[in-house]
Design a protein around this ligand. Sequence first.
Ligand SMILES: [Zn+2]
Length: 58
Amino acid sequence: MEITNSTFIKIRCPKCKNEQITFGKSATYVKCLVCGKPLTDPTGGKSRVKARVLEVLD
Ligand SMILES: [Zn+2]
């Protein structure tokens, strides 16, 4: 799943189920704050979200 808009998304870590809010179009790695698992894979300015997106926040 790719997030292309500059929005905040709520994602859930697939490993430890931690939920956190991150910027949808981040060019940097987003790691789970609990277990450290990478949750996005930044490619060319877009984030490919590995974690489950629970909600898109405007
Ligand atoms: Zn985690």
